[in-house]
Ligand binder design. Structure first.
Ligand SMILES: Cc1ncc(COP(=O)(O)O)c(C=O)c1O
Length: 342
């Protein structure tokens, strides 16, 4: 078997229950592009978890979910406020800017989380024709730094956005990990706190591919079917994304997998923290561990276990746990790290 590493939850394979669901969906012909019973059942599951009044659309990937969700709620003279570390800023190759035309207004954060005090000064130009118009606050839940917004923090951001004529967009590529971390339902940290548009991730939580764009006010989704098609994210064999989401959401697979990944991250962090040369740099609140490791040891470690260096300056690395990370994987990795850094 290929060795499991800690580079990314995207490096993991597909959960066996999801594979089973895909296989079960591979029977006969159904109408393409979403007019099929698998999609109808998956949408029902989304309504069960997020509320009956949502509009939900499936897309191929997370970048597409973010970009198209943002495109649906913006005009090119708007601005999207986000953390400097946000996936929409760092890892989407300028797609949000290209497809929305919007300027991203970036804010530095120590932990990936935006706070309203830093957003306020960006709003002075509202109504002034010389300036882009801030219209969306985009946050990631869990954040790219593995931290999680509390319900109160989410509510504060949503109310602040709405009080200032803006909308709250959430990149929920790891929303399941955040919900588990907070002991909350998916609805309690989205619809109930005032989120307007959500990218809901499946891939990092054990699906093969497929993400969902959810609008909590259906009016915001008025043109989305055209935006999705023009944005090249209308899957023809939709049933295979739908079958995966139905599998993820109909039982408790989404929660089981995220709970496991979060727990593995906690164990990994507490084992690494025992090594004096290593410092955990972020609170471990989801399935990511951030730690500084002396630079000179990184090449030797990466030879055996590939992982990403997140911040070259301080030699900070990111280690991710997945639904299939085992305690044995952690034991072996930590043993190797201990031997390498001593
Ligand atoms: C926070 C976040 N958002 C979105 C994505 C989705 O990216 P992709 O387009 O690769 O599915 C990722 C993937 O790494 C991510 O970490």
């Amino acid at each position: 078997m290929t060795k499991r590493s800690f580079a990314s939850d995207n490096n993991a394979g597909v959960h066996p229950e999801i594979i089973k669901a895909i296989k079960a969906a591979n029977d006969g012909h159904v109408i393409a592009y979403g007019d099929d019973p698998f999609t109808a059942r998956a949408i029902k599951q989304f309504q069960k978890h997020f509320g009956p009044d949502i509009a939900v659309y499936f897309v191929f990937g997370g970048t597409g979910a973010n970009v198209l969700g943002l495109q649906a709620i913006t005009k090119s003279y708007y601005a999207v406020i986000c953390a400097e570390t946000a996936h929409v800023n760092v890892d989407e190759c300028g797609a949000p800017e290209k497809f929305t035309g919007c300027k991203l207004l970036l804010l530095p954060t120590p932990d990936g989380k935006l706070r309203i005090e830093q957003i306020k000064p960006l709003l002075h130009g509202i109504g002034v024709e010389h300036h882009v118009q801030p219209h969306v606050i985009s946050i990631s839940q869990a954040t790219e730094m593995g931290t999680v917004y509390t319900k109160k923090e989410l509510k504060t951001l949503a109310s602040f956005a709405h009080d200032n004529g803006m909308l709250l967009h959430v990149d929920g590529a790891r929303l399941a990990n955040a919900a588990v971390s907070l002991g909350a339902t998916l609805k309690e940290i989205t619809a109930d706190v005032g989120v307007d548009v959500l990218s809901f991730g499946g891939t990092k939580n054990g699906m093969m591919y497929g993400e969902a764009v959810i609008f909590f006010d259906q009016k915001l989704a008025a043109d989305f079917k055209y935006i999705r098609k023009q944005g090249m994210h209308l899957p023809s064999k939709m049933r295979f994304i739908s079958a995966q989401f139905e599998c993820l959401l109909s039982g408790n697979l989404w929660r089981r997998s995220a709970t496991h990944a979060n727990r593995m991250a906690h164990i990994l962090a507490s084992e690494l923290a025992k090594l004096s040369q290593i410092k955990i740099t972020q609170p471990v609140e989801s399935n990511g561990v951030f730690a500084t490791i002396p630079k000179k040891h990184i090449p030797a470690l990466q030879k055996k276990y590939f992982f990403y260096v997140w911040d070259e300056e301080i030699s900070e690395v990111r280690l991710m746990a997945s639904f299939d990370t085992s305690e044995e994987d952690i034991r072996d990795f930590v043993k190797f790290v201990r031997k390498t850094v001593k």
